[in-house]
Design a protein around this ligand. Structure first.
Ligand SMILES: [Mn+2]
Length: 323
């Protein structure tokens, strides 16, 4: 289906439905939170009632986004008759919410790993963020792009493009950003809220993670244990973005950061690539997903085993590419 046809069928559904549940993945990122908030506003302008439910709260740095207080944190999706719009998830399980499967599902995603599990599906892996797709819906629906909507969408795009640095950043990304800035998004204020309001615990945890760093050839990796997270007074959320420091090293092509989820148990992995390695494929081979240059998955511990498994895959991919 073309983009125009996909958006048209979404708009038909939006116009004929009174109430929507909006959700996104567990441990929501800036794109998940910003896009959900902006989409809720679009739907409200179209006369729909909306409820945003997520299985985890919005990360600290996104708590200044307008409307963030309307997000309900719960483990079940509530009323079975309410159609659900699921943003950037390749399955209903990814939401962390129970009770989604027996209702009308609208799936909007920009991941290469996206699957057509919904009643309606719009997957555009070329979109720099799901927020870009939500923006296109707003334009097609001819709703007013308010300053709060513009702020949420701009923050989502800024974070999901790595501050306009990932390969997904194109001229059209800047066109969208340009329009959002015209509609009331403040680039400097949003950047301040995203990058200069970190909790102290996040920087303390970063110090631990960087002291654990190892380099081998073109691969960098690091980890934090459950005990180290606790000692730093940090949370799982404080681990977001650590991997970007590792991939920032000259000569490194691929980086991985492992966070212990439970003592001796599982590790949550964030994987990055500068382009030679397709880390979406690597994550998928372990049941995860994401983009070519940024992905994630979960591996069983202990740490040495999880590390060897992921490094084996990354080294294998680098060898295959004869890099
Ligand atoms: Mn995204």
């Amino acid at each position: 289906m073309t983009e125009k046809a996909s958006i048209e069928s979404l708009l038909q559904s939006f116009r004929s439905t009174k109430r929507f549940l909006i959700t996104s993945h567990a441990r929501p990122d800036g794109d998940a939170v910003g896009s959900a908030l902006a989409l809720a506003e679009i739907l409200q302008q179209l006369g729909c009632e909306t409820q945003i439910i997520m299985s985890d709260p919005a990360p600290y740095i996104y708590r200044s986004l307008p409307g963030v207080e309307t997000i309900t944190v719960a483990t079940t999706a509530g009323d079975n008759d309410t159609p659900a719009i699921i943003l950037e998830c390749d399955s209903t399980e990814r939401t962390g919410l129970k009770g989604l499967d027996s209702r009308l599902l609208i799936n909007i995603d920009h991941h290469a790993s996206g699957r057509h599990y919904g009643t309606l599906n719009w997957i555009d892996e070329h979109a720099c963020a799901v927020a870009e797709m939500v923006y296109r819906i707003a334009v097609a629906a001819k709703v007013e792009i308010t300053p709060s909507m513009a702020t949420c969408l701009y923050a989502a795009i800024l974070s999901d493009t790595g501050s306009f640095t990932y390969p997904s950043t194109t001229a059209s990304t800047f066109e969208v950003a340009h329009h959002l800035a015209e509609r009331g998004a403040s680039p400097s204020l949003i950047a301040r809220n995203l990058y200069f309001t970190n909790p102290e615990s996040k920087i303390r945890l970063l110090a631990v993670a960087l002291s654990n760093m190892k380099l081998d050839g073109q691969v960098a990796w690091s980890w934090v244990t459950d005990a180290e997270i606790e000692r730093a007074g940090a949370t799982a959320e404080d681990c977001e973005g650590v991997v970007n420091y590792l991939i920032g090293i000259a000569g490194i092509e691929s980086a991985v950061f492992l966070r212990e989820v439970a003592p001796g148990g599982e590790f949550r992995l964030s994987i990055r690539s500068k382009g030679k390695v397709d880390v979406a494929k690597v994550a998928e081979s372990f049941g995860g997903g994401g983009h070519r240059s940024a992905s994630g998955c979960t591996l069983e511990g202990p740490l040495a085993v999880a590390t060897e498994r992921i490094l084996g895959q990354l080294r294998g991919q680098l060898r295959m590419g004869l890099c």
